[in-house]
Design a protein around this ligand. Structure first.
Ligand code: NAD
Length: 421
């Protein structure tokens, strides 16, 4: 196998770690390896926009299209002070495999602006977003690259991008972004889609092991979009949620947490957190180590590390967050017999319903929520089976299986199209 071309200190360099394992399994030629370990296109822009005080500020924005072999690039736009080209590239790289593992006709992309959105007014955020979208007008579009929300961007941000592009093109172009509000072309079921996907993946994994969800104990780290919906749906499916956490700490009740009460608490809480929720308080670290059958890290990256991997009691981990397990922890947990449903499969429900939104935009015909949920289940279950079988075939983990499936699909697309060089 050729040497890695990126230093390990970069996020992208780290991300390549899992890719390398699967690439070795597939005996990729050095030519294909070289192509797949380079982003197709990286764009850096300076974004001038007017502050409320009349001064102009200039922020740096990025869009990376990692691969378009299987279709238009697809991936979110992140607003955060730590956004760098390296991070955006790694995120676009992950999106490539996430789209491929659930067989969506998309490549991988990601965008971001290095900024602290908390110091910007709504008007400033709108002007920043519109200028970012306008500057990318040649490279984004329903057949080119389809952004979506990510950290600190939301449905409103997507409405501004859609409007800006539609104004410039003089044509209504809802398919340029997904994750839009329902009244301007969003899809029913999108808000719940990632958590629903995690629940479907857990159900599928348990079924393969000859078990059911009923009575299983669950701990969920993070109580935002992904964590709270996952907890709610797993409880509705018969599991007992014994631990939840958010930025304010962990909450434990071995008799079972009333997830609806927790959701209602967050909804009425000033900062939309669990602060003040009645349950035994535990630290954020301890919540991960609580006795339970299923652990769902759904907050941040690098939460399961070599330091706590041996203390994890769960036998099944479903990665709701992106990158919650370090490669070392992944090895320790897998050696200890823990089954991990990897992020690119476990949290792919969101991008799957984004795909449905794009399809509905192109048809101009909108589906009922039950239709969205049924199609989501069908697509995730089908591809879960493929990943499961592949991991058995290569005697590897589900993560190894997922990367193997995804990389093979991208390689097959390249091979069929031919490399234009
Ligand atoms: P969110 O902002 O809605 O929620 C994040 C939650 O994590 C919040 O409850 C926050 O309080 C909590 N949190 C922050 N620091 C914590 C800590 N140290 N310990 C415990 N909890 C902590 O974000 P989200 O949309 O739910 O995304 C969560 C993760 O899922 C991210 O990794 C994201 O990239 C990934 N993801 C999200 C989607 C989606 O559709 N929203 C899709 C795929 C992947």
């Amino acid at each position: 196998m050729p040497n890695k071309h990126q230093p390990d200190s970069s996020v992208f360099g780290e991300a390549i770690h899992y890719f390398d394992d699967a690439a070795a399994r597939l005996n990729l030629s050095s030519s294909i390896y070289r192509i797949l370990t380079h982003p197709s296109r990286q764009v850096i822009i300076s974004i001038p926009f007017a502050r409320d005080n009349g001064e102009f500020e200039v922020y740096t924005g990025y869009r990376v299209q990692y691969s378009s072999a299987r279709g238009p690039a697809k991936g979110g736009i992140r607003y955060h002070p730590n956004v760098t080209l390296d991070e955006v590239t790694a995120l676009a790289f992950w999106m490539t495999w996430k789209c491929a593992v659930v067989d969506l006709p998309f490549g991988g992309g990601k965008g971001g602006v290095t900024c602290d959105p908390n110091v910007l007014s709504r008007g400033e955020l709108e002007r920043l977003t519109r200028r970012y979208a306008a500057d990318l007008i040649e490279i984004i579009g329903p057949d080119k690259d389809v952004p979506a929300p990510d950290v600190n961007t939301n449905a409103q941000t997507m409405a501004w991008v859609m409007d800006t592009v539609s104004m410039h093109l003089r044509a209504h172009t809802p398919g340029v972004v997904t994750g839009k509000p329902l009244n301007v072309g969003g899809s029913r079921g999108r808000v719940e889609a990632t958590g629903r996907g995690v629940m479907i993946a857990v159900e599928a994994a348990l079924e393969k092991m000859g078990k059911g969800i009923a009575g299983k104990t669950v701990v969920v780290q993070g109580f935002g979009n992904v964590g709270s919906i996952t907890a709610k749906l797993l409880r509705e499916a018969g599991a007992k949620v014994v631990g939840i956490s958010d930025v304010t700490g962990g909450y434990h009740d071995p008799r079972g947490i009333d997830v609806d009460a927790a959701l209602a608490h967050v909804a009425k809480n000033e900062h939309r957190t669990l602060r003040g929720f009645e349950a035994e308080r535990v630290s954020n670290e301890a919540v991960l180590e609580l006795p339970c059958d299923i652990l769902v890290p759904a907050a941040l990256e690098n939460q399961l590390t070599e330091k706590n991997a041996r203390k994890i009691k769960a036998h099944l981990i479903a990665e709701g967050a992106n990158g919650p397990t370090t490669p070392e922890a992944d090895r320790l947990l897998s050696e200890g017999g823990v089954t991990i449903i990897p992020d690119i499969l476990a949290n792919a429900g969101g991008v799957t319903v984004s795909y449905f939104e794009w399809v509905q935009n192109r048809m101009g015909y909108y589906w009922r929520e039950s239709e969205v949920n049924d199609r989501l289940r069908e697509l995730l279950r089908e591809n879960f089976d493929v990943v499961w079988e592949t991991s058995k075939q290569f005697d590897t983990t589900l993560r190894g299986g997922a990367y193997t499936v995804a990389i093979k699909r991208v390689v097959d697309a390249y091979t069929t199209r031919g490399i234009y060089a």
